[in-house]
Design a protein around this ligand. Sequence first.
Ligand SMILES: [Zn+2]
Length: 149
Amino acid sequence: MRNKSSNKVKGKNTKKRHRFFLNPYSDCGFTKCPKCETKTKVRKFPLVIHVEPQQLFLLNKKCKYCPSCDLIIVKKQELESLMTTGMIQSNPEVIGNDYLVMGTVDRKDWIEGTKNSLPPSEIIKCMYLFRDIWDFEVIPAGWYPAEDK
Ligand SMILES: [Zn+2]
């Protein structure tokens, strides 16, 4: 039975939306989009996070969002501290494990999921994977001389 349902899940989910950037810089809030320089908005997104070895974690988190790029920016540090808080009671043994932010779900599915009425296979079915995952490098200010020689 387990095999059957996991096959079904893999074959079925092709829904995609949004782009994603996990921001590793604690001192850079990205008030402007790193791609197009539009001012970012703050929006809540119900994120689906896969935690090793086999745990799905739903987190409705305030994120920076660029509407022109459809880009969600999440601060890594904030995400990890919320995950720790969220898992400390239910799954303390997976705290600190590798994880992957996989996508988002609709708000109604997030509400269902947090009530624990949705098994992980159902969450995966209603999840939208990210269309793309972007990465940006920030060059710290003052790292280079202000004037060229
Ligand atoms: Zn943008």
